[in-house]
Design a protein around this ligand. Structure first.
Ligand code: UTP
Length: 290
């Protein structure tokens, strides 16, 4: 089984980033000079995934425009001889087959994935959230696909978080799987946002998943939850009763770019890593009297 399709849920309301997200999708906030969602799509492409389904909602047209061909802009860049920019603008749209499905109401992450069921069909697939930006040598999704190919079961990305922050996350209870250097766990349970003293571990679920298509049936079943919301963790809990689900501690640095402080940290660190900006930006930061 190969992973060739990915779902990008991008229909959330982005309330943590208001007012910036009132009329602009959170996924289009630029990290230095690229929208968040482009980093995540580039990660998927780096993992060999070309078929991309983006789940959008009202007010998300900018995402579709971003991955569309912009004839006007391309003509102007061509006329002005700006070959580098022209290639940059064309590159990402040329690398992917993108389709869109609409989530009419923001009824939760599980629901957003469920609305993509026809686009995915009956194959295992990846899910990547634009909130989580990961800097790593090997793309995080590539690392996860390697685990999936060995174990042939759903894989959830996790990372260790401090005790004081665990209540913000879905948390796994699991037992280590041999042969992966302590990085893979067989998941026994998942708990959504537990109080720190009740958390079963310090392993938080972050926004990367490989799921088997059976998840769609379980997401459908969880529909009766409060306010009609469908939680992905509820679906995963049902899934793991039927088939193995693994948690993988990825190698790399993750930024919570859906949160203001996380976004600022990501902006500074990504700018410092840039060849064209890093040196000057470092000198500037050092000059600040902090
Ligand atoms: P979040 O809860 O982090 O995003 O959902 P949000 O709701 O947009 O943001 P806040 O918390 O109000 O600031 C995680 C991911 O799931 C998507 C979001 O777009 C985000 O990528 N999502 C969430 C949906 O697509 N639909 C939903 O109904 C909820």
């Amino acid at each position: 089984m190969r992973i060739s399709k990915a779902v990008f849920p991008a229909a959330g309301l982005g309330t943590r980033f208001l007012p910036a997200t009132k009329a602009q999708p959170k996924e289009m906030l630029p990290l230095v000079d690229k929208p968040l969602i482009q980093y995540v799509i580039e990660e998927a492409v780096g993992a060999g995934i070309r078929n991309i389904t983006i789940v959008t909602g009202r007010g998300k047209n900018a995402i579709e425009d971003h991955f569309d061909v912009s004839y006007e802009l391309e003509r102007v860049l061509e006329e002005r001889g700006k070959e580098n920019l022209l290639n940059e603008v064309r590159l990402i749209s040329n690398m992917i087959n993108v389709s869109y499905v609409r989530q009419k109401e923001a009824l939760g992450l599980g629901h957003a994935i469920w609305v993509a069921r026809d686009a995915i069909g009956n194959d295992p697939f990846a899910v990547l959230l634009g909130d989580d930006i990961i800097h790593s040598q090997v793309p995080c999704m590539r690392q996860m696909i390697d685990v999936f190919e060995k174990l042939q079961g759903s894989v959830i990305a996790t990372c260790e978080v401090p005790h004081s922050e665990i209540h913000h996350y879905g948390v796994i209870a699991g037992t280590p799987v041999e042969g992966f250097g302590g990085r893979v766990y067989r998941v026994q349970d998942v708990v959504e946002k537990p109080p720190a003293e009740e958390a079963p571990s310090n392993l938080a679920i972050i926004g990367r998943y490989i799921l088997t298509p059976q998840i769609f049936g379980f997401l459908e079943k969880t529909r009766t939850g409060s306010g009609g919301e469908i939680q992905l963790t509820d679906g995963i809990r049902l899934l793991l009763e039927q088939q193995p689900v693994y948690a993988y501690m990825f190698e790399g640095r993750r930024y919570d770019a859906g949160d203001k402080l996380g976004f600022l940290k990501a902006t500074v660190e990504f700018a410092l890593r840039r060849d064209d900006l890093g040196a000057e930006f470092r000198t500037y930061l050092k000059s600040l009297k902090l």
